[in-house]
Design a protein around this ligand. Structure first.
Ligand code: GTP
Ligand code: SPV
Ligand code: MN
Length: 594
């Protein structure tokens, strides 16, 4: 008798008509065979195995380099359940449209069956998925990003529950590309793309969109957050979870190396995750978090030994590079890498000859690597990787940090007055658009909790869920907001960022253990300028003052946009958030008058 899993696989095979079906066991031999086949067919380029052992380069189609949010849908029976911030399609229409594209799309190819676990196999946090795909690149990436193979099948058979994930590259036609989520069926269908976030279905599709829907029903959190441990000189570790929108610094913060002048204090950072956090309230009434992933799918440009030395170490072996520049010695390069670009013989991310200084018809520099080029590498290779990665109960969270990319307005750091105010701070986050999604760069958009593209249900309900969770916690984490991206009149970053961000976390953690003071401002508690350790930094105290400035007039302007945004949720916006809105307005007006 066929199991429900086997029946489902057969059904999808009848639709997509692959030549063969291969059940992945996650073994080393399987990996080597897939890599060999990829190299033969040009899906991967083998890199210099002396300098970069186990590393490969992949180039996506030119129109397929980032998540396509306009082609991403939440398909609930009722439109209202997807909410005003998601694209919605009825399940009937979505299945029909996609079925037409999936029909026969795997002809001439193998269908790979990938059983995977998000979270340690068997942990109460974890969820199981099975991805069917006609892309070997997807299989090789899923091997790094998730736990795959026979253990997972055993676990799956205990309950029979799993998320059904179907992916086909089809013909990579952007006009026939759909990323569909059916939360009510625990199903994901993705067709017509080969780009990370669209096709590694365990990542954004399952671990955020589907998981957020489940977490709402089941009473936990699925968030677009890094998780890091900060060990203090006495050896005590406090854990922080932080939500920043795509390409706004999660990866960099999660594995920062303490700056030299703070080293004497004896800090050490432990990386738990750089993109996704699943958090649950444990029997002690505290919030505990796991990273459901086992790999990094990180942004390449800007990564170097100065900005992120731990990542430079991590990606020296067993790494899949996507859309970076190929150097003549078959190593790789990107804008902001350690070495100078190759003067001759470089091949850009599109496979064309490339030289430094090249410009396009409009005179703009042609980048060698795509601005959203990425690497896929195992967390276990990261020098700061946590010893608790496989712990079934995760790590206890002391602070939640929100942040965005704001050239103006938001100060370096502030603390919310309480949980409810913190939810307001998260719900009113905004950030300038980056290359991580297709769209206009630099435009400020509201991105609540960095979840705008990832919340799988009505965001008004999502805010309510955040408010409700507090009541179940004995000691809820404190909530903060940070902004590393404020600029001066000349457009230069005011804050050095990267490893120096530890100076801000120092204040955050001292606030959590009641060791640091703060001053009240209309938007929250601010550090005094002397509360941020700037020893060894080449900046003045007055500079820190500027970074902590709160301009009541500018904030009142911001409130207008927040009002419009909140208005979109109509009755679904919790009244507590309107209350917070009005209180903030009152405090700002008072300050402006003063
Ligand atoms: P996703 O993987 O897309 O979710 O993004 P992420 O949040 O992990 O972003 P990541 O850490 O990869 O950072 C992306 C970009 O932000 C890179 O270009 C970094 O160089 C830049 N960046 C990271 N941290 C800082 C910082 O503290 N200051 C400044 N100025 N730039 C930073
Ligand atoms: C993001 O865009 O937030 C990423 C990369 O982390 S992707 O997996 O493509 O979503
Ligand atoms: Mn992300």
């Amino acid at each position: 008798m066929a199991t429900p899993l086997e029946k489902w696989v057969e059904e999808q095979a009848r639709l997509t008509k692959p030549d063969k079906i291969h059940w992945c066991d996650g073994s080393e031999e399987e990996k080597l065979k897939l890599e060999r086949e990829c190299v033969e067919e040009g899906e991967l380029i083998e890199l210099n195995q002396e300098k970069l052992p186990g590393c490969f380069l992949h180039r996506t189609a030119i129109n397929d380099v980032a998540r396509t949010e306009h082609l991403t849908f939440i398909c609930t029976k009722k439109k209202k359940d997807a909410g005003p911030t998601n694209n919605w399609m009825s399940p009937r229409e979505a299945y029909a449209k996609a079925r037409a594209i999936f029909s026969g799309s795997m002809k001439g190819r193998t269908m790979y069956v990938i059983p995977f676990s998000m979270g340690p196999v068997g942990s109460p946090f974890s969820k199981i998925g099975v991805e069917l795909t006609d892309s070997r690149y997807v299989v090789l990436n899923m091997r790094i990003m998730t736990r795959i193979g026979s253990d997972v099948l055993k676990e799956l058979n205990k309950t029979g529950e799993f998320t059904r994930c179907l992916h086909s590259k089809a013909d990579l036609d952007i006009n026939k590309r759909l990323i569909l989520h059916f939360p009510e069926d625990n199903t994901i269908w993705s067709v017509g793309s080969g780009y990370g976030g669209n096709v590694l279905l365990g990542k954004k599709c399952l671990s955020l969109r589907i998981a957020s829907f489940l977490s709402y029903k089941e009473g936990w959190f699925a968030e677009h957050m890094l998780i890091m441990g900060v060990e203090d000189p006495s050896g005590h570790i406090e854990y922080i979870a932080a939500a920043f929108p795509s390409a706004c610094g999660k990866t960099n913060l999660a594995m920062l190396r303490p700056p030299d002048s703070l080293k004497k204090k004896g800090y050490r950072i432990w990386t738990v995750g750089d993109d996704i956090a699943w958090m649950r309230i444990d029997s002690d009434g505290k919030l505990w978090a796991i990273n459901p992933e086992t790999g990094f799918f990180g942004v390449a440009p800007g990564t170097n030994s100065n900005t992120n030395p731990n990542m430079v170490e991590t990606i020296k072996k067993n790494t899949i590079y996507t859309n970076v520049l190929l150097r003549p010695d078959r190593t790789v390069w990107w804008e902001g890498a350690d070495q100078a670009p190759p003067a001759e013989g470089g091949i850009d991310w599109q496979g064309r000859p490339w030289k430094p200084g090249m410009t396009d018809e409009t005179g703009k520099p042609v980048p060698g690597a795509n601005p959203n080029s990425r690497f896929t590498a195992p967390i276990s290779q990261c020098p700061s990787s946590t010893f608790r990665l496989d712990h079934h109960h995760g790590v206890p969270i002391s602070a939640i940090v929100f942040g965005g990319r704001r050239t103006h307005l938001a100060p370096l750091v502030y603390e919310a007055f309480d949980w409810q105010h913190g939810v307001f701070v998260g719900a009113t986050m905004a950030s300038e658009r980056t290359a991580a999604q297709v769209g206009k760069l630099g435009e400020v958009r509201r991105d609540p909790m960095a979840m705008l593209p990832f919340c799988g249900y009505n965001m008004g309900k999502y805010f309510k869920h955040w408010l409700t969770m507090c009541k179940k916690m004995k000691k809820p984490p404190k909530i903060f907001n940070v902004n590393w991206f404020r600029v001066d009149d000349k457009g230069k970053f005011l804050w050095p960022g990267y490893r120096e961000n530890l100076r801000v976390l120092e204040w955050v953690l001292d606030r959590c253990s009641n060791k640091a003071e703060a001053v009240k401002s209309p938007i929250g508690y601010l550090p005094k300028d002397t509360d941020i350790d700037i020893s060894g930094l080449n900046i003045q105290r007055s500079h820190i003052k500027k970074l902590l400035e709160v301009d009541a007039g500018q904030w009142l302007e911001e409130l207008k946009d927040i009002k419009t945004f909140f208005g979109r949720f109509k009755d679904d916006l919790p009244k507590e958030l309107w209350q917070e809105y009005r209180s903030l307005e009152r405090r700002l007006k008072k300050k402006k008058r003063a």
